[in-house]
Write a protein that binds this ligand. Structure first.
Ligand SMILES: *Cc1c(COP(=O)(O)O)cnc(C)c1O
Length: 397
């Protein structure tokens, strides 16, 4: 996954363009910039890449999720359905807007289980936030049907699945709004950055204003702009956008390497009968950012992880025991450890989490192993790695 592995001349060129004119801010300073608008150029390129009319760059993936929800009017009193297996940014963004995160099970796609989503819908549900985890996706057709039936938003967090597709459409472009992260370890990186994509012009205009203090961006005198509504600062800088512009131009190359590496690893484990692969919904194609597989149970998965560690197979995790990505370890959420008071409504909405069990999620996350796929591996290195993984797994079984 991490695009930083292949930084090169193109990143340097775009960065130098910015440093030479000295304008690090994406808005204004037109006379100084020698025609360089890296953030705008990157938005145009992302719009083409993700086949979506509108793109708003922001300062991070977490900002993207926050801005996407805010742009569609999600706030106090609303429930947002999200998975038990995701990055902590999902509930951070929901709670930053005063809305209530409703956690539901994942299935063998490692993403939202449509049946669990259906059961979690209430009159307060405003959005379903699907998180396309580890390079693949949820059953999007089923989630679209549910969203349509109940007239709720479908927001796609595609931070970990840049370049994956469902029925030929780029992940992120299927819901009403899509979110991307370009943080340091993502497939496209610019250090810190993110994007919101949408075909809805109103959501886009809202995102454009909201992410820059509510500025209307009309005319070219920032001092004279009006503020149709309250905003915040989620802006990206020209320096970050410059690196992102180089990286997105290289995305086809990155995806080709990722997919080749994924296929080699899959082949290496394909004939071990106790190993099964995650379900990729019909019509879906993974981005190849990660290789995911299931073992018969949690105990074997833990042993295999130990074996990998001792055997020098790095960058593999069993997320059951992981601090960042799975509900079991989110004590700060379950115990609502907040620096500032939280509304009674949100507290009441989360009260049940301390005692609630998520058996279906435990079943899949407990048996899963997820390995990062690096861009810098040669074909020989990936083959050797696959062989070593197979040997270690067979020894444990
Ligand atoms: C990385 C990530 C984010 C947050 O992105 P940042 O740019 O690090 O804020 C959100 N959701 C998912 C699924 C991620 O993997």
């Amino acid at each position: 996954m991490p695009g930083f592995e292949l930084f090169g001349d193109l990143e340097r060129k775009h960065l130098n363009d910015v440093l030479e004119n000295g304008v690090l801010m994406r808005y204004g300073f037109d006379a100084m910039r020698n025609g360089h608008y890296k953030a705008k150029e990157l938005e145009n390129k992302l719009s083409e890449t993700f086949q979506t009319n509108h793109v708003q760059l922001v300062s991070s993936g977490t900002a993207a999720v926050t801005v996407a929800l805010a742009s569609a009017g999600v706030g106090a009193g609303h429930e947002v359905i999200m998975p038990t297996f995701t990055f902590v940014a999902s509930f951070e963004a929901i709670m930053a807007l005063g809305a209530i995160p409703v956690l539901v099970d994942v299935d063998d796609t490692l993403c939202l289980n449509p049946k669990a989503v259906q059961e979690a819908i209430t009159p307060k549900t405003k959005a379903i936030m699907v998180v396309q985890m580890c390079g693949s996706m949820a059953n999007m057709g089923a989630l679209q049907t549910i969203a349509q039936k109940h007239n709720v938003l479908l927001v796609e967090d595609a931070c970990q699945a840049i370049g994956g597709t469902y029925k030929g459409k780029p992940l992120g472009s299927i819901g009403h709004l899509g979110c991307f992260s370009f943080d340091f370890v993502k497939t496209i990186t610019c250090g810190e950055g993110g994007a919101v994509i949408t075909n809805n012009e109103q959501y886009y205009l809202n995102a454009d204003h909201y992410s820059d203090h509510g500025h209307d961006h009309i005319g070219n005198d920032r001092g004279a702009e009006t503020h149709p509504f309250l905003g915040y600062n989620f802006r990206i800088s020209e320096l970050h956008a410059a690196v992102g512009l180089a990286q997105v131009q290289r995305l086809p190359e990155f995806l080709q390497i990722q997919k080749r590496n994924l296929n080699i690893l899959k082949e290496a484990l394909a004939n071990i009968k106790e190993v099964t692969f995650r379900t990729v919904p019909q019509g879906g194609e993974e981005s190849g950012a990660f290789f995911n597989f299931f073992l018969p149970n949690l105990e074997t998965a833990r042993k295999v992880i130990d074996g990998f560690k001792n055997g020098g197979v790095d960058a593999c995790w069993n997320y059951f025991d992981n601090n960042w990505h799975y509900i079991r370890k989110w004590d700060h959420l379950k115990q609502l450890k907040s620096l500032y008071p939280i509304s009674k409504e949100v507290k009441d909405g989360l009260k049940h989490l301390e005692t609630k069990s998520f058996e279906m999620s435990d079943h899949y996350i407990g048996r899963n192993i997820s390995c990062l796929i690096k861009l810098s591996w040669t074909e020989e290195e990936v083959r050797a790695r696959g062989q070593k993984m197979a040997e270690i797994i067979k020894a444990v079984l």
